[in-house]
Ligand binder design. Structure first.
Ligand code: PEP
Ligand code: MG
Length: 901
């Protein structure tokens, strides 16, 4: 059987016969085509039309020619449209005109092409004028066709067309195209045709079928424009889907005051609040709304202007939402009082709206909690933790401009007035806010590179708003008071002038724009809907979620975000406190045992306080404290700095005025020289593979003994306050079981020593990190001495790949990723084939010996949603991640459990 390329909107059942399910229909007809057919079946008013399949597009792109039979089917479908409407395509008294629109399986807003009013010609426009009694409308439609055909199909730039319009408005002293006369438009059409001829070398075709054929081919080809390819690569959409083409009878929103066009969301796509929401324009065509070139009206107003139409729209939105069980984003047109739906799709939404609508749809009985959990992306949860503006000290702050708050969160950056510059500055490590009159699909790379986006024009459904929401960039659009002067490279609002490169702060949550770089803060997890969603997540997940936290403040945040304990406290972070660092340095460099032991004793009370704070916050929950791990040089000044210090003291010595100063400087010099010598002596060629972790503890036992003493003394003290403490001591960087055996024996003595006299029982454990490949491979032996394991996937990745983790992000690894040698950084997302395999071996071998051995992970991968699924499948008990990632991990863990029960 030969392939069928064209399906009328009434032919949904035929399509269903040849593909599998709704997904199959969407793949074949694209999202827009499938939904148009579905709406037609549901009795929603949809203008008649048909869809050319994505397969036709793929064949066209492969062969650079329409597949056999396609054109005949298109012509036949047009004939059916003619019959149904009683009109003639591009002819007769009332010419049939069509729109030609792209529609891929996954929506890519504004990325591909559309041509409207196909079928108009010099002859047809006169008839249309006569039939509608509205010559202005007819010629306006015609000039739009020539312009779109010129740009989309023939590849002429938009500027010459826009120049003609601007010039004409200026000549006539009017502000908008709507004020131009029929005569103006006639002349504009002829100017436009001249532009087409001049810039494309082809004349605008008069034959409607010729127009249609060229438009269909242009839509096919638009699948592979650079901007569509860039969008797909940023959104992870496959390149081999192709686009369908929808050919739909034109209906007009620009036939006078009883006509309109707009977009409607079945719920608020920024907040998720129930109720229809959107924008529309009276007497306009669809692209006017999306382009944001005229200020739109809020949809509520339609309830007053056209109550019946509004009522019908509400009813349809409800039905579509119920059917799709998701927020719908609809395009509609009202032609002389009659409502037509031109498209519906699942709406792009902010994180807040994703969460709220999912939870409320559960309350409404539309979906189950498990579906709500699967529907919210872990990234969306992360967006809840977007920075917000810190409150201003005096409680007031006057924005420099305001616009629509279309994508939440605050952003600070230097104003960049074009996308290329924004991308360049961002690549140089600058924070930028992209400021544009409005954005177009060509700006996406700059939008992605920017911290936030600000436009002077556009509505909630403008390109800028959609893209910003989708990629989680804070955005303010339609700040009408702003004048973005691309010539002078500055932005003006009244008397205030902001030069390109000046700092701006935008608040996508409120729509305010401020001068300068304001302070940002991270918000609370106070959102009621998120709290409920995460409670459902907790009911479904297998994996525990703990936090990597070193201070009581971090621990408090972690607990508020739902952490079930501390999975890693890096004790060395406590040593960097300015009050302690000199003591730590003395401890490291001294050659006197006495001095070392004094320094260590001086650290004891500090550490006791540190641990007590953590135990109090984590009342009732485990706290894993890792003994000192990093190479000691990390605590010391660098050799270069010390050499400079020695030199400086020399210089000061030569100019010293009195004996006292001389003596002081001589002491300083001696100290600096001593330090320099010790830094050289302690230096290692590969410190990350050197004296660190358990090795340090074995060779400098007083230090870890002090740490363990501090842990148990503070545990006892806090337990005495009635707090339930569960200290767990973790020994890092073990490569051989013997290291752990010796270390544990030594530290247990300290524990016994402290606990002997106590009258409370402390529940404690000794465990180890598995972060060296050898430890993973000898896990069975190591497990004999360990009460728990925690995989340090940062070091384990470093040592499995033999790639320095400290240099990875700035070094060749990024080139590797760019050039596709590695699909992604193994430091970001767990490498299943190597590191994952080592974890698997270690878990299996260790659990064979100790089936109940607690096994977790505390490397950075613990906060990465994809890696969390892998850890779940590897049978780990918990992940530990930064406090901010705890909510993300809770959701990702639930999704993993639901996907793989
Ligand atoms: C690790 O190596 O994964 C780990 C958690 O320890 P650190 O990052 O402190 O080396
Ligand atoms: Mg480590």
């Amino acid at each position: 059987m030969t392939e069928r390329w064209v399906f009328g909107f009434e032919d949904l059942s035929d399509a269903e016969e040849i593909v599998d399910g709704w997904d199959g229909v969407r793949s074949l007809l694209g999202g827009k085509g499938a939904n148009l057919a579905l709406m037609s079946r549901m009795g929603v008013p949809v203008p008649p039309g048909f869809t050319v399949t994505t397969r036709a597009c793929l064949d066209y792109l492969r062969d650079e020619a329409m597949p056999d039979g396609l054109w005949d089917e298109v012509v036949e479908a047009v004939r059916r449209l003619e019959k149904e409407s009683g009109q003639t395509f591009g002819g007769g008294d009332d010419p049939l005109l069509v729109s030609v629109r792209s529609g891929a399986r996954i929506s890519m807003p504004g990325m591909m092409d559309t041509v409207l009013n196909v079928g108009l010609s010099d002859a047809a426009v006169e008839r249309l004028a006569h039939h509608t009694g509205d010559p202005r409308f007819a010629f306006d439609s015609y000039r739009r066709l020539v312009q779109m055909f010129g740009t989309v199909v023939l590849g002429v730039r938009d500027e010459p067309f826009e120049d003609v319009l601007t010039q004409r408005r200026a000549d006539k002293g009017v502000d908008s195209d709507a004020e131009l006369t029929v005569e103006d438009l006639r002349e504009i059409v002829s100017d436009f045709k001249a532009i087409v001829a001049r810039w494309s070398g082809t004349t605008f075709p008069d034959d409607p079928f010729e127009q249609l054929r060229m438009a269909v081919e242009a839509v096919f080809a638009s699948w592979n424009t650079p901007r569509a390819i860039a969008y797909r690569s940023a959104s992870g959409i496959a390149d081999d889907l192709g686009t369908a083409v929808n050919i739909v009878k034109m209906v007009y929103g620009n036939l006078g005051a009883d006509s309109a066009t707009g977009v409607a969301m079945s719920r608020n796509a920024a907040t998720g609040a129930p109720g229809l929401e959107g924008d529309y324009l009276v007497n306009a065509q669809g692209e006017d709304v999306v382009a944001g070139t005229r200020p739109t009206l809020p949809l509520d107003q339609l309830a007053t202007d056209m109550p019946e139409v509004y009522g019908e729209l509400v009813e349809i939105a409800g039905r579509l939402e119920k059917h799709h069980r998701d927020i719908q984003d609809m395009e509609f047109t009202v032609e002389r009082g009659k409502l037509w739906l031109l498209q519906t799709r699942n709406a792009k939404r902010t994180a807040r709206a994703a969460v709220r609508s999912a939870v409320e749809m559960v309350d409404e009985g539309l979906i189950e909690p498990t579906e709500a959990l699967m529907r919210v992306a872990p990234d969306h949860v992360e967006a809840f933790l977007h920075p917000q503006l810190a409150p201003s000290p005096d409680g007031s702050r006057t924005p420099f401009a305001t616009g629509l708050n279309v994508s939440p969160g605050a952003a600070v950056g230097r104003a960049a007035l074009d996308a290329d510059l924004a991308a360049r500055w961002a690549a140089d490590g600058e924070k930028v806010v992209l400021v544009r009159p409005e954005t177009k699909p060509d700006d996406v790379h700059g939008m992605l590179a920017a911290q936030g986006i600000l436009t002077a024009r556009g509505g909630r459904t403008s390109h800028a708003a959609l893209v910003a929401r989708q990629f989680g960039r804070p955005a303010v659009v339609g700040a009408h008071a702003l004048e973005v002067d691309l010539g002078a490279r500055e932005i003006r609002a009244g008397d205030t002038v902001v030069a390109e490169g000046d700092w701006l702060t935008i608040d996508g949550t409120t729509g305010e724009v401020h001068l300068g770089a304001l302070e940002l803060m991270v918000p609370d997890l106070a959102d009621e809907w998120l709290r409920r969603l995460l409670e459902w997540a907790d009911e479904h997940r297998r994996l525990g979620v703990r936090a990597n936290a070193d201070t009581p403040v971090d621990a408090e945040r972690a607990r508020a975000y739902g952490a079930e304990g501390i999975g890693l406290c890096r004790t060395e972070h406590m040593f960097f406190d300015p009050a302690r660092l000199p003591i730590v340095q003395r401890m490291i460099v001294t050659e006197s045992d006495r001095e070392r032991s004094d320094a260590i004793s001086a650290l004891l009370p500090h550490q006791r306080r540190d641990f007590a704070g953590l135990f109090r916050v984590m009342d009732g929950l485990p706290v894993i404290i890792r003994l000192i791990d990093p190479p000691l040089h990390e605590f010391l000044p660098g050799a270069v700095e010390l050499t400079r210090r020695v030199h400086d003291i020399h210089v000061r010595l030569t100019t010293a005025a009195d004996m006292d100063t001389l003596e002081e400087l001589a002491d300083e010099l001696e100290e600096a020289r001593f330090m320099l010598r010790r830094v050289h002596e302690l230096g290692e060629a590969n410190p990350m593979l050197g004296l660190r972790g358990v090795r340090l503890g074995l060779l400098m036992p007083e230090l870890v003994r002090m740490q363990v003493r501090a842990i148990f003394e503070s545990a006892l003290a806090v337990a005495g306050e009635g707090v339930e403490v569960h200290p767990k001591i973790m020994i890092p960087l073990v490569a051989d079981a013997e290291e752990l055996r010796r270390m544990r024996t030594m530290l247990e003595e300290v524990a016994h020593d402290v606990l002997e006299m106590a009258d409370v029982e402390i529940d404690y454990a000794f465990g180890t990190m598995i972060e060296i490949p050898r430890a993973a491979l000898t896990a069975a032996e190591i497990a004999q001495t360990a009460d728990f394991f925690s995989f340090g996937t940062n070091d384990l990745t470093q040592m499995t790949f033999g790639i320095s983790r400290d240099d990875a992000e700035g070094g060749f690894l990024m080139r590797y990723v760019e050039e596709g040698v590695l699909a992604e950084s193994p430091f970001h997302s767990l490498d299943e084939g190597g590191v994952g395999r080592l974890i698997d071996i270690a878990v299996r071998d260790a659990r064979e010996l100790k089936p109940d051995l607690e096994v977790g992970i505390c490397g950075e991968h613990g906060g990465d949603p994809a890696s969390i699924g892998r850890f779940d499948r590897l049978g780990l008990d918990y992940v530990s991640c930064s406090p901010f990632q705890v909510p993300v991990a809770r959701l990702a863990a639930a999704q993993s459990a639901l996907e793989d029960p």
